[in-house]
Design a protein around this ligand. Structure first.
Ligand SMILES: [Zn+2]
Ligand SMILES: [Zn+2]
Length: 104
């Protein structure tokens, strides 16, 4: 599903010791399915990550961020992402494939 095996491994890293990748020193990349964004995890004790446009391993351009569309799509449905409960398909990348997501 990702650009290369290395990204596949890193984006799907599961650690027995750390449920949260931000707590795991071995976790380098965080993939946000809902936004289609890849971030380099900055281990400063917080939850910072730096969005990357290119894969650090194979150099390929990563998919464009869908963050703006995610918010647009929710707004179109009259859902406030900060106040309202998110429809389950907006928790991950399913909203991108749902039939109701018409192109603008
Ligand atoms: Zn760990
Ligand atoms: Zn790659």
């Amino acid at each position: 599903m990702h650009c290369c095996d290395a990204m596949d491994r890193h984006a799907n890293v599961t650690c027995e010791d750390h449920e949260d990748p931000f707590d795991c020193p071995d976790a380098l990349v965080q993939f946000s399915a809902r936004f289609q964004e890849y971030g380099l995890i900055i281990h400063d004790g917080g939850r910072s990550s730096s969005i990357i446009d290119f894969c650090p391993w194979c150099g390929r351009r990563l998919p464009e961020s869908q963050r703006d569309r995610w918010f647009d799509e929710l707004e179109r449905r009259g859902i406030d992402p900060w106040e309202d409960e998110l429809p389950p398909e907006f928790e991950d990348d399913r909203w991108l494939k749902s039939d109701s997501a018409e192109p603008h």
